[in-house]
Ligand binder design. Sequence first.
Ligand code: SF4
Length: 475
Amino acid sequence: MTAPAPAVPLPVTAPAVRPYQSYVYAYPHKTAYEPLPGRPALRDLWRGERKDALSLYLHIPFCEVRCGFCNLFTRIGAPDGLTGRYLDALDRQAAAVREALDDGADKAGEADKTDKTDEAGETGTGPVRFANAAFGGGTPTFLTADELNRLCDIAEHRMGADLRAIPLSVEASPATATADRLAVLAERGTTRLSIGVQSFVDEEARAAVRPQRRADVEAALGRIRDARIPVLNIDLIYGIDGQTPASWRTSLDAALAWQPEELYLYPLYVRPLTGLARRTAHTDRAWDEQRLDLYRRGRDHLLAQGYEQVSMRMFRRAGAAPQGPDDHACQTDGMIGLGCGARSYTSALHYSFDYAVDMGEIRRIIDDWTATPDFGRAVHGRYVTGDEARRRHLLQSLLQAQGMPVADYRDRFGTGPHEDFPAELAAFADRGWLHDGGAGPLLRLTPEGLAHSDALGPELFSPAVRAAMAAYEPK
Ligand code: SF4
């Protein structure tokens, strides 16, 4: 093994801003969602929306174990035929959602008419088409091969997504990435398989409460490559107890040996009610420094190995074709989320079902959801209009390494980001986080700005979203 690459030296003075505050993968976060007054009907929410480039997401909230760092909406195991009942409910939900989408949409043969007015005077909505699909979790491959076939049938036959013609991304764990499941996924059109490895060092995996053996992980990666799914993504975590620059390099090199088209490097967070939160209280600056150091080493190593940085977490091998959603939600296209923990987005409303981290609460919510007879209404969510839409656009564009063309923002909103967010952008420029001090036609983060994505993002949250998140009681 070669010696670890030298990292960029740490700043002489400690950063004034804590770098690891919140992973902003969607804005607003689900903890800012609230019960929706009147539970609006989906057909009303989607009437008038463009539907010709929708994203489809199917959520499978089951895992074999609960990793110590995980606060995703998922439960351990699925006793007494629960997966079958869950798929039954998913099927009912898909039928209800598709009916709502079709209500008022153009019929086949009118595909080119996207903005017509119907007899009732309401704005037409164009055809219903899906541009990409993803199965996430939890662990979608917790399902058996037959159940995965059924999941694909729901996406294709109920929702009308042509899975073999669009990018389809699926998450898996090493133990569930079995040859029979992978064969089904490959045959049904999966273009990207994402596997959570976290660490190739067995002691670190144990420390993160994700017990696994490296030999089993390597075998799973071999099966995934044998299945010839075009894009392999490997998730790794830095900041684990006992992890060193050398052991981090061991994991990076073990992952690189598989030449994955994508790699995600995640900083470890210890969040309320997770397994690690019960064991440790990691809030000190030394841990911040460890994570920043490992991040910089990881980033520099991947760049030197021919990967390009897409965002703070995401790296793509040079020349690899993107086959799944990038590390951001599209700014303007709608999303249909099916399943108990999935979010859906219209242009004005983000909605989902109830959310929890505690295992007992998650079980209760899943049981209630699988018994739901009527999926025709949105029950929990948050409106994202006006100022919130501007924040979301800026936030999610700025966190991409390629940055945000100022003209795109102005075209969409009629004002510039500096007019709308003068104090925030001035603060980012003062800290050296913006190229050209933010003065150019492209608002783009410097390497240090990208390194501080998890501090920068939360600074763009609105006071109302902050208040809602602060009022949320973890359960
Ligand atoms: S396998 Fe993934 S979703 Fe499941 S508990 Fe672990 S990190 Fe969470």
